[in-house]
Design a binder for this molecule. Sequence first.
Ligand SMILES: [Fe+2]
Length: 294
Amino acid sequence: MGIPRPFDSVRYTVGRELVLDLLDEAPDRPPVAERPGYQQFTKELRAHADRHLDGTPGYFLLSGLDHLTEDQARRFAPLASAALGDLLPQDGRGTLLREVRDRGVELGEGLTGRYSDTRHGGNLHTDSPHRPGTVPDCFALYCVHQAASGGSLVLVDLRDLTARLGDRPDLLKSLEQPVHFDCRDDTPGAPRTVVRPVLQDTGGGTYRAHYLREYIEIGHGHESVTPLTAEQVEAFDALDALLADPALQQTDRLREHEMIFIDNRAVLHGRTPFTDGPVEAAKRLMLRTWITFR
Ligand SMILES: [Fe+2]
């Protein structure tokens, strides 16, 4: 018996027959949404979401998917995600299933360089604080391949952060001020920045987070945007120090053909840096969806 890992208590096996039934595209089969198996699967997934996303620890995993080919995984990931809500586009081209892998770029590079295109760790954040419109409530990662080394997920519960900031109400107030996130979009006509607070008060002393510091710094570097104040910088430094505190981090590694669903409202996430191997099977590849709850 090894030491229990954070993912151990929230890992659920999906039956092989059920998955194959969902992926069956024979012309005589009814649409997936009308199949009893999918309806049951949806019910179970929503129960996991109620318990672990609305509740704790803010994430859960599906396993038992090792028998899927990569092609089948690319069909399964959006199907499973759609059981929880509506899929949101992840770029200006409307991509609903995005590959997260090392594209050899740097975070914040050029007009479009994004965290999900790098192999670096750190920079804990929420997903999509920078896209106009609806921010995903949840996102999912389907692990097709793991890296040769590194690439563990690092998760921090927002409630732990705000509790630790409780003795600095001035910093909490500062984090509730709207800031400009660079949109990371070079589509002609697209806005350069989107404005939202890092901490959005959702009532009763709870918050929803929107955070990726690099995008905020790029956003406030635009000529038309006022620079960040000293108070804002102090608040981000305090937040980053807490995000880097191992006592607040849950760190674990997805196995190949596991899919994790992470609450994007109240969990900040990042990863440890990773190094890919020379062959495709040793290059980290995650398939990501962004989900808004109905
Ligand atoms: Fe992310």
